[in-house]
Design a protein around this ligand. Structure first.
Ligand code: CFM
Length: 545
């Protein structure tokens, strides 16, 4: 029979961990051991993991840089802001349209996403300074496009030579008068990963844009959707569902976003946090400064989508909205359930591994669970302990030299514009009924006992894990894709979605079920043998042997 991998997987989590660490020098093994955890989060004691620390030199990490987190992740999906990279052209080229954050230019048609703006620094700029070139580039953008805002991103050399990008930005803003110009000190080396870039980006977005437009917005049940980046059109599907429910999205941070959305975000009545990792501090700042409460939502998974919609409806507490949400769920679910039960006999009992940057390694477990699949190992590239263990650990997080490097904004109540969205009694009543504000319990409580959670997984460990635990599917990014497929395991990119998506909401769930069904039931990868595995004629010895 042609079952290339008859699976009798018998692994003990402790053995797997031992195997992963075996090849490392003792010092490296000791450090990695703290980032590899066997989940025992069934009782009340969530185990502790080390996260958000430097990658050990020599290890091939999956992480990106701080500039990637700022320019690519947070600001990349904005459509009517011109994002100008101050640096060598490579930094721009590799951040140009590679994240699959989709956009719809809307009726105004203003969309700069397809452009690539760079100061294209040369050796002479590094030696003599690049400020003049930067100012000239900003001027050129202004003359050509007259955008609402121009933002500037520092790359590594800019930090090294000390160009004062903030002063250049301030001067140009004053000169133009009708264009908001500000900069990000997001040099690639600034933090241990792209997570630092999220923080730097959001601080500046909050300082320079949020609250700029005090006009009242039309619509009922106004929310901000924080941490949704419209990868593969996820945001479009979420927008469709929210709109159908009669919920008004004032802003999305930052999928398909506009300048005005950021400027008006303080007019919303509830912030809904999708990706906790990249944006939870914005939710906190919105609450402190403007009085907008926040909740955690998840639109990955049909059941999670329904749950999140109900949670939003319960917050507003209006029967009209509650009924509308129920009607939408009732209308959407049959199509989802039909596909789910169709694939279930083929997907049930299969296993997955998910290693993505932050939130997705957690969120996608819901989708797999709907298909009867178990996530046996997962982890984040760059998330923090709170994303593993829950927000309760935040007061106990160790502040090290790297995290101290990233500014924490001191935000105060805006006396003029702060508005409590609910009375203390209303908030208490909601909480008494089990409603949870500002809560995220992290990935660990949702994973089975004995599952293996790895922070900042690297190339070597990824291959080892697959070899030992033989999942039916491995989810990560482009850097992992081909090495995993060569091991005979289907690989799904959950950063870019390969060329697929959306996977959020109801229609997204259907897409996901169908695609994963095809992947886990295709034997094509297991039939693949590399030429040297089939006929290893070529052999050699080292000279010293
Ligand atoms: Fe949040 Fe993201 Fe993610 Fe992220 Fe990212 Fe991304 Fe990601 Mo790639 S913001 S943490 S920095 S959910 S780009 S849309 S897929 S690593 S898991």
């Amino acid at each position: 029979m042609a079952t290339a991998k008859k699976k009798l997987v018998q692994w003990e989590p402790t053995d797997v961990k031992k195997e992963l660490l075996k090849q490392y020098p003792p010092k490296v093994a000791r450090r990695r051991a703290k980032q590899i955890l066997i989940n025992e989060a069934l009782e009340n004691n969530t185990p502790e993991i080390v996260a958000n620390v430097r990658t050990i030199p020599g290890i091939i990490t999956m992480r990106g840089c701080t500039y990637a987190g700022c320019k690519g992740v947070i600001m990349g999906p904005t459509r009517d802001i011109v994002n100008l990279v101050h640096g060598p052209i490579g930094c721009s080229f590799y951040a140009w349209l590679t994240r699959r954050n989709q956009t719809d230019a809307g009726i105004d048609g203003e969309n700069y996403m397809t452009y690539c703006f760079s100061t294209d620094m040369q050796d002479s700029d590094i030696i003599f300074g690049g400020e003049k070139k930067l100012a000239a580039a900003i001027q050129e953008i202004y003359d050509l496009f007259h955008p609402k805002a121009i933002t500037i991103f520092a790359t590594c050399p800019v930090g090294l030579i000390g160009d004062d990008i903030h002063t250049v930005a301030r001067n140009m803003k004053a000169k133009f008068g009708d264009c908001n110009v500000f900069a990000f000190s997001c040099e690639g080396y600034k933090g241990v990963s792209q997570s630092a870039g999220h923080h730097i980006a959001n601080n500046q977005v909050f300082t320079h844009m949020v609250g700029e437009n005090n006009e009242e917005k039309a619509g009922e049940y106004k929310i901000n959707l924080l941490g949704e980046y419209n990868i593969g059109g996820d945001g479009f599907e979420i927008d469709r569902v929210l709109k159908k429910c009669g919920i008004t999205t004032i802003s999305t941070f930052s999928g398909n976003s506009t300048y005005d959305q950021f400027a008006s975000a303080h007019m919303a009545d509830l912030s809904c946090v999708m990706c906790h990792r990249s944006i939870n501090y914005v939710a906190d700042m919105m609450e402190t400064k403007f009085g907008i409460p926040w909740i955690k939502v998840n639109f990955i998974g049909a059941k999670s989508t329904a749950k999140s919609l109900r949670k939003i409806a319960a917050y507003f507490g209006d029967q009209k909205l509650i009924d509308r949400v129920e009607a939408v769920i009732a209308e959407e679910m049959p199509a989802v359930e039909a596909v789910c039960s169709e694939v279930l006999p083929r997907t049930k009992g299969k296993t997955a591994m998910i290693f993505v940057g932050g939130s997705r390694a957690h969120h996608y477990q819901d989708l797999f669970a709907e298909m009867g699949m178990k996530t046996i190992s997962a982890g984040y590239e760059f998330a923090h302990r709170d994303d593993y263990e829950g927000r309760d650990v935040i007061p106990f997080l160790k502040v090290d030299a790297d995290s101290r490097n990233i500014e924490e904004l001191e935000v105060e109540k805006d006396e003029a514009r702060y508005r409590a969205r609910k009375t203390p009694e209303e908030m208490q009543a909601l909480e008494a009924s089990g409603y949870k504000f500002k809560e995220y319990d992290g990935i660990l409580p949702d994973m089975e006992k004995g599952s293996i959670v790895v922070d900042d997984l690297n190339q070597y460990e990824a291959e080892k894990l697959v070899e030992l635990m033989k999942p039916d599917i491995f989810c990560a990014g482009i850097k992992e894709k081909f090495s995993i497929q060569k091991l005979g395991i289907p690989m799904k990119q959950l950063h870019s979605y390969d060329s697929g998506g959306p996977y959020a909401g109801f229609k997204g769930a259907v897409n996901f079920y169908q695609e994963i069904d095809r992947l886990v039931n295709s034997k094509v990868w297991s039939y693949m043998k590399a030429p040297w595995q089939e006929s290893p004629e070529l052999s050699a010895t080292y000279v010293w042997e």
